[in-house]
Each structure stands twice: as C-alpha cells, then as structure tokens.
Design a protein. Structure first.
Length: 354
C-alpha cells in the first residue's frame, strides 16, 4: 500500500468516527471535526480556511451547525464518506499536490477543476471520449468535475457513465430544469461520488429536493442569472431566503454566457458577505468567481477551463467562458492545455473571500 492509500484509510477512519460524533451531538461533533482538520491540514490555504471555519463556529447560533447537521442526519453514511473523502482528500490534497508539482516543471497552467458541458446531439462527445478526458485529467491532478448536461436524455446517460467510471473523482452535476424523467433522476442517486444540483427555476423543485433528501442523496441548489435584474434579485437576499431549510449543502449562482462581468462581481461580493456574516444555513457561492479563487489558492497562475459539447476547450476571462479553438476530441488533455500560454487572471482579492 502506497503512502497516499494508507493516509486515505486513516482519513476514512477519522471521518467515520466524526460522523458518528456529529449524529450523537451535532455541535460538539462539528467543532471537534473542525479542530481536528485544522491540526491535520497540510497546506497554508487549508490551514487558513479551517482556522476561519473554527472561528465562525464559535458563534453559538451559527446556521452552519444546522447545515452540517441536516446533511449528516439525512444523507446516506457511505455516500457522505465517499464523496467527502474524494473531494477533501483526492481533490484538495492529492490532486493539488500533483498540480503544483507539474506546474513547477511546465510553462502552462493546470486548472484545479473542469467545467464540462455535455450535449445530446449526434456530433457531441460520447461517454467513451469523456471518460478518456477525465482519466487524463486525473493524471494531471484534476479530480473535481462540474457537469452541465443539456436537457436531452443522452447527455444524462453520458454524464452518468463518466461518473461511474471515475470512482476516485468528485462530480457535481447541474440537473437541467427541464429534466423531469423520474427514472433518469433516480439513476443519478446511485453513484456515491456524485452531488446533484437542482435548479430552483425548475417547477416544484421543493418536491425533488425532499425526494433526494429522503433517498439519502447529496444535493445543492442553483440558479442562473443573465443581467442586472437577476443579479439584484440574488443580492437582495430574496433567493437565498426563499430556499430555507431545503437549500442543501450549497446554493450556487451561475452567470450566463452573456452576463456582464460587473454583475458577476456584484453576486460574488454578496455571496462572500453572506458567508462571512453567516446569514443562511447554506453556503451561497458564485460559480465562476469562487471557482477561480479556489484555483488561485492552488496554482501559481489562476485559470478556469471548460469543455464544450463538441470537445472544444474554453478558458474563463472577463466574466465568461471563451472557446480557445483547441479540441480535446482527438488530442490528449495535457497536449491541449500546453498550447495555451500561462496567463494570470486576477482572482477575487483574498481579503474579500471566505
């Protein structure tokens, strides 16, 4: 057994014991887990983040006690352990170490995650190619994948095949609002390395959230915004307040492709303040800017990359994803990334982040 595999076994044992403690005494168990994480944290970013978490939990009426307790009480235990270890250990420990080591020897940037837009048209990437791309990503240290399938059933099947084939990765799947096939949704509750995103723009999203909670699945809520009016609706607090106890682990705001960059900055500032002030029993996040900040903490140059349904690679800048003209359909992921010169994208300032 190699060192990382041995450490994963140790981490699994710690997580298992911590979950039992939280079920018995949520507040005490959560505080003990935060304290243990701070002691065991390997990197400066992990130490800083966990130190902030511990200080926030000193607030006796913190809504985050409710958030964590709800997740632990409702989610399947094995699912919590698998997803938590995949994300916390494989993605943020083993994966980031690989990324940093490779970037010291290569003149190009490796994103900490990939945003994958999955289509259902005949010419779009199939599961075989997507699985190959994910395996190449793992070789680079990329263990986190955000999946955005369109409303076609083929795209859901492609996403599910990819998730099942990469059991060491952590996947976040943004379920399209128009996807109402009960059978397809039920199939997505099977993988333990998958967290499902429910659109609050979906009719009767509350009943779907309740169903997923009853099934022991991990889920989050999300919404899109395309301009000033929708950004104001978010920053007013109306949206997050409406989600109430069904919000899940996170509430994610996703900027549309034509959304002005200034709207994204406003939503990010609001999300950051809501976390610092602990306004809701959920983590309010801006998809692109929080994602970019995470990459800045891992890499020497901040970058976000995505994949279009046809296989074209994208790079995030000025508030949106832009196609690069390079395709991963027939080329290795590292070969495509190597063709994009390293370019620092200014992430949100550290002092403005939770």
């Amino acid at each position: 057994m190699n060192q990382d595999a041995f450490k994963r076994v140790v981490v699994k044992s710690i997580v298992d014991r911590s979950l039992r403690n939280i079920r018995r005494d949520p507040r005490r168990g959560i505080r003990r887990l935060a304290d243990l994480g701070e002691v065991a944290a390997a990197g400066p970013y992990q130490k800083r983040f966990l130190s902030i978490v511990r200080r926030m939990l000193e607030q006796e009426d913190s809504p985050y006690y409710t958030m964590v307790s709800n997740a632990v009480q409702s989610a399947d235990n094995e699912r919590l352990k698998t997803f938590g270890i995949n994300f916390g250990w494989n993605c943020l420990t083993v994966g980031t170490r690989k990324i940093r080591a490779l970037e010291q020897t290569q003149p190009w940037s490796i994103p900490w995650s990939l945003t994958v837009h999955i289509g259902g048209a005949p010419g779009d990437l199939d599961a075989h190619i997507l699985i190959r791309i994910i395996r190449e990503g793992m070789e680079l240290g990329i263990y986190t994948y955000f999946l955005f399938p369109d409303g076609m059933s083929r795209s859901i099947t492609t996403a599910l095949d990819a998730v099942m084939a990469a059991e060491d990765c952590a996947f976040f799947l943004f379920l399209p609002p128009e996807q109402t096939d009960a059978g397809a949704i039920q199939a997505l509750t099977v993988p333990q390395n998958l967290m499902l995103g429910i659109s609050s723009e979906r009719p009767q999203w509350q009943s779907l959230a309740a169903h997923l909670r009853q099934a022991g699945a991990l889920y989050f809520l999300y919404r899109t915004y395309d301009g000033p009016d929708e950004a104001r609706d978010i920053t007013s607090g109306r949206w997050a307040g409406e989600l109430a106890s069904l919000a899940g682990i996170g509430s994610i705001c996703v900027a549309g492709q034509d959304c002005p960059a200034r709207c994204g900055a406003q939503v990010y500032q609001y999300a950051r303040r809501s976390r610092l002030e602990q306004r809701y029993p959920t983590l309010v996040l801006d998809y692109y800017l929080d994602n970019l900040y995470a990459d800045a903490c891992i890499s020497h140059t901040a970058c976000l990359s995505g994949i279009c349904p046809n296989g074209e690679l994208t790079r995030f800048r000025d508030g949106r994803e832009y196609p690069t003209g390079l395709s991963v359909r027939s080329a290795r992921l590292d070969e495509v990334l190597a063709q994009i010169p390293a370019r620092t994208i200014s992430p949100p300032r550290e002092d403005l982040h939770f």
